[in-house]
Design a protein around this ligand. Structure first.
Ligand code: MGD
Ligand code: MGD
Ligand code: SF4
Ligand code: SF4
Ligand code: MO
Length: 903
């Protein structure tokens, strides 16, 4: 009885179909494999019904029986025809009308062969328009001001896909309809040009445009029929957007969004426009290099590999295996990372292996593993951005650092979610947020204790959850009693009332995730900050549930994977502990070799150990610590003091310049493999082009080194490596390439029958009970004083990515942003006589650099902010090599500096 009311049965083109009530005719037809033409419809958005191409005929219907299939709902007994004479006549009329105001120059149009209007005109036999009166063309109003794409109103059919995507999905609302009649066109607000607008060049409007009106500049260099598309995963941030590489011959010419679970057809500017140019860049490394008398000279693979193996063997013989170390590459695939740590452990004989998570989210790995049992994001991205009431966003700037997550948070806000931003800066989301707690950098623990104080005082804690699922509560309760709103307000430089409001909003909402990032981790109290996030969520029972959880947004495309694969000094693959003798035994058996049971050094410990002469040989696979580690001088000293140093890279980086041997690896577009995104989703990376020169598959290079070190190793393919991974990591037991073909899988995924784990800690925590940690607030290590009166924090901006290895090789990106800057408050700038764009010197106890002032109110007075992307004035000359005691993560987010105008 019930199912009858929930579904309807009808006929489309003489085929019966039963669909849930509320299904549109367009959706029902698609279920039968019948494609109804449409120009304005977008799957992710509510129907628009404006183009009317999707008309179908309803037998016995009113108004001649024609309805738009995207808006009309299915009804029981309905009989529909999608290709009747009436329907086709109507479509012809619409196309005829559209052509009356459309440039008919298909041959010179970049979208020739990739245009829905062209396709439908061919299909319905329309090659010219019968409307000859009042045609507006040509108007010559092309807007070519955006560095990546052009807009030609003469090719625009006013379907409004672009404006709807920009407003409703990107959350930007840049484009709207202007003027009337034949002069109607889409323009950025106030009829500005794209370069004057708030456009952030995500290109989602371009991807949505069905004609050649909005088209990427690159699209003029190829025709659709000359290309193939290869589905892969974005090589930038941990969001894990799915995309198609557009390949012409052996060249990448563009990127189109794909419908992945994390991005649902959205991309950001880096995915859309900065993921392919670097692959074919002229300065890619194409042959092995050996440094002789201070100069790099080309060498054969055999020479280079033999030298590497001989030197490492000799150092091992002279100083022991623990004089060697390796840093792995979280930009590269799981398979490479797995083989890299295997090389360090099985062939070098040490656990001195790490990856850039050390300087990024190692505090999350340690802090969450300690309190919850697993150091990973608890809930999927879609879950924490779709149906939620409140988002507690702590030290995370997603509209710049995880832009597709940021766009989804903006969508959530449009749908009524309230965001509490906890950040020392007025990040972009602040203007749409319900509340901004502009905490002083370095005070997250005090903030968290204050939140918990209020929650407990007002009886908003979840006593059942605390009782049944957690331990350590009493001590926490005692500690947070001291953190009154007044005391916390003073430490954090916020308003006590705002703290109380935030605590109430978060605690009272049913669905309220915590989303956090480096503003929590990159401190000398980073791990404590992370544990404080778990404390807050457990106190109100918001964990193991939909729309809740503790969610670190992992940074690099595969940093989750590099950690999962065991590129860490404490853990074998799958977080199986080096300290556990059974684990050693297991891997000795699996790899048929005897292994060291001594916990290794972190990358941040390896550098000082090199300076002290304890580490003699270092192998860096795709990391650039000269640019990215804190206090560059201390990194220089360490690298200079090494006896033997190998770098395996795509480019001659600043770090590679210090190496004795440089080996050319290959990029994500030239290899097969998998990346694991921030929500633990393992997704495929597919080879799209052949590597250039003599560059080799990264894992194959490690195999050659291992073999020459007397531990023969070989894999035929990345897939074969994944098979080994699934054997040794229980939480990967059910992951195979065959299953990943369709869609990624979220670990834990223990068997072929296991469909993966979207939400963790549902019934019980990975560690059994959740552990509360009572954590007193501690000050940052270096705070402003008379000599260095400004508190400096560092981080990211939208357009550039870390060292700019990829974004810096994309011309359009450099057009938008090409030099370093320091955000400084107007009050300080006025006092120092500094104006917007002025050159300034910034100095700390470690060094002095020059940069340019960005004056405004984004930062508080007495606080400044810089990114670390730019070679002119690299901020890491100034940052401090102070570390958290548990994760040994650097305090990038707080040091003291002075600023002076350059006269
Ligand atoms: N465009 C772009 N995207 C990137 C990257 C990139 O370089 N460029 N890098 C990727 C990587 S590797 C990572 S790890 C992620 C990082 O992503 P995020 O962590 O979001 O980026 P950050 O800018 O480093 O820092 C986030 C925010 O923390 C705030 N903050 C600083 N100190 C504190 C504090 O003490 N408390 C609080 N509550 N907030 C504080 C800063 O003001 C900043 O807005 O981004 C990834 N995505
Ligand atoms: N001041 C300051 N400094 C910071 C931070 C901060 O917030 N403030 N954030 C820190 C953080 S979170 C991070 S993650 C680090 C990032 O620091 P890094 O990891 O050093 O930076 P990336 O630019 O990601 O460098 C990766 C390198 O890998 C190479 N590469 C990419 N793919 C491949 C591949 O498939 N094979 C090979 N062989 N090489 C490849 C690229 O060419 C590039 O040179 O920076 C840290 N530094
Ligand atoms: S590129 Fe992105 S931000 Fe710019 S107009 Fe298009 S959708 Fe909007
Ligand atoms: S949000 Fe991240 S993964 Fe997605 S397109 Fe942008 S950089 Fe790539
Ligand atoms: Mo990172």
């Amino acid at each position: 009885m019930e199912t009858k009311t929930m579904t309807v049965t009808m006929s489309i083109d003489d085929q019966k179909v039963t669909v849930p009530k509320g299904t549109t005719l367009l959706e029902a037809a698609s279920e039968l494999g019948i494609e109804i033409p449409t120009l304005c419809h977008l799957k992710e958005l509510a129907p628009d019904g404006s183009c009317r191409m999707c008309v179908v005929e309803v037998e016995g219907g009113r108004k001649g029986g024609l309805v738009t299939a995207c808006t009309a709902h299915c009804k029981d007994g309905m009989v529909i025809h999608t290709g009747s004479q009436k329907v086709n006549d109507s479509r012809r009329f619409i196309l005829d009308l559209l052509l009356s105001n459309h440039k008919l120059e298909c041959f010179s149009c970049g979208k020739n062969g990739d245009c829905k209007l062209q396709d439908y005109c061919m299909e319905y036999g329309i090659d010219d328009t019968s409307f000859t009166d009042g045609k507006r063309m040509p108007c010559h109003q092309e807007d070519t001001t955006n560095p990546f794409f052009d807009y030609d109103p003469e090719k625009c059919i006013l379907c409004r896909r672009c404006s709807r995507v920009c407003q409703l999905r990107q959350g930007r609302d840049v484009i709207s309809i202007s003027k009337r009649g034949f002069d109607t066109k889409m323009t950025p607000s106030y009829e500005a040009s794209f370069d004057e607008s708030l456009c952030e060049s995500c290109g989602n409007c371009v991807s949505a445009c069905p004609t050649g009106a909005l088209v990427s500049k690159e699209h003029k260099s190829y025709r659709a029929w000359e290309t193939k598309k290869v589905r892969t995963t974005c090589p930038h941030c941990g969001t894990g957007c799915q995309m198609n590489l557009v390949v012409k011959g052996n060249q990448l010419v563009g990127v189109e969004p794909a419908n992945g679970p994390a991005n649902r057809n959205l991309l950001c500017v880096k995915g859309k426009f900065a993921s392919y140019k670097f692959v074919g860049a002229g300065d890619r490394l194409t042959e092995p290099l050996i440094k002789r008398n201070g100069i790099f000279e080309p060498a054969t693979w055999d020479e280079a590999l033999t030298l590497v193996a001989d030197k490492f063997s000799q150092l091992k013989a002279d100083y022991g295996a623990d004089s060697l170390a390796g840093f792995s590459c979280s930009r590269s695939v799981n398979e490479d990372n797995y083989v890299f740590q295997k090389m360090v452990r099985a062939a070098f004989g040490t656990n001195n292996v790490d990856n850039c998570a050390r300087v990024c989210h190692s505090a999350s790995v340690h802090g969450l593993a300690h309190t919850l049992g697993s150091g990973a994001m608890t809930n999927p991205i879609a879950d924490i951005t779709t149906d939620v009431e409140v988002i507690l966003l702590v030290g995370s700037n997603p509209t710049e650092a995880h832009p597709v997550v940021g766009a989804q948070i903006r969508q959530a806000i449009q749908n009524g979610a309230k965001v509490i931003v906890v950040d020392p800066r007025k990040i972009d989301l602040v203007k749409d947020s319900a509340l901004h707690l502009q905490v002083k950098a370095g005070t997250n623990v005090a903030f968290a204790n204050g939140m918990m104080h209020v929650i407990l005082k007002e009886g908003l804690a979840d006593r059942d959850f605390i009782e049944n699922r957690t331990e350590g509560f009493e001590e926490l309760e005692r500690l947070v009693a001291e953190y009154t709103p007044e005391k916390v307000a003073e430490i954090c430089h916020i308003d006590a009332e705002d703290l109380i409001t935030a605590a109430r909003m978060y605690a009272k909402a049913d669905k309220a995730p915590i989303i956090y990032c480096l503003g929590v981790t990159e401190h000398s109290t980073g791990t404590e900050g992370v544990m404080s996030m778990s404390n807050i969520a457990m106190l109100v029972g918001k964990i193991g549930k939909q729309g809740c959880g503790v969610n670190p947004l992992r940074g690099q495309n595969n940093v989750q994977g590099a950690c999962d694969m065991g590129c860490m000094p404490y853990d074998f693959p799958g977080y199986q502990k080096v300290a556990n003798p059974e684990v050693i035994e297991k891997f000795e058996k699996a790899w048929n070799v005897s292994l060291s049971s001594k916990t290794g050094l972190t990358s941040t410990q390896v550098l000082p150990a090199a300076t002290e002469g304890k580490i003699k040989g270092l192998y860096i696979f795709g990391e650039d610590p000269i640019v990215t580690d804190p206090d560059t001088n201390h990194v220089r000293k360490a690298l200079e003091n090494l006896d033997f140093f190998v770098v395996q890279e795509l480019f001659m980086t600043e770090t590679a310049a210090y190496a004795d041997v440089v080996l050319p690896g290959i990029s994500y577009a030239e290899k097969d493999g998998t990346f694991t995104n921030t929500e633990r989703r393992v997704q495929r990376v597919r080879k799209a082009v052949e590597p250039r020169g003599e560059a080799r598959e990264d894992y194959a290079i490690f195999c050659e080194v291992m073999t020459r070190l007397g531990y023969p190793c070989h894999y035929d393919s990345a897939e074969e490596i994944m098979e080994e991974i699934a054997e040794v990591i229980p939480t990967f037991g059910g992951i195979t390439y065959e299953r990943l073909e369709e869609e990624g899988l979220q670990w834990p995924c223990r068997s072929k029958e296991d469909s993966g784990t979207p939400i963790m800690h549902v019934e019980e925590f990975t560690r059994g009970k959740g552990l509360f940690m009572a954590i007193p607030y501690k000050k940052s290590r270096e705070l402003p004083d008379d000599s260095y009166p400004y508190l400096m924090s560092t981080g990211r901006m939208l357009y550039h990515y870390n060292t700019r290895a990829m974004t810096g090789r994309t011309e359009g990106i450099n057009k938008i942003s090409n030099r370093s800057y320091i955000e400084i408050n107007t009050v300080d700038a006025d006092r120092l006589g500094i104006e917007e764009g002025d050159k300034v010197t910034v100095s700390s106890r470690r060094g002095t650099i020059e940069t340019y002032a960005a004056v405004g109110d984004r930062v508080f007075p007495q606080e400044v902010f810089m990114t670390f992307h730019f070679p002119d004035g690299n901020v890491n000359e100034l940052t401090i090599a102070e570390f958290d005691d548990i994760a040994i993560i650097p305090e990038y987010k707080v040091c003291a500096v002075n600023i002076a105008p350059v006269k």
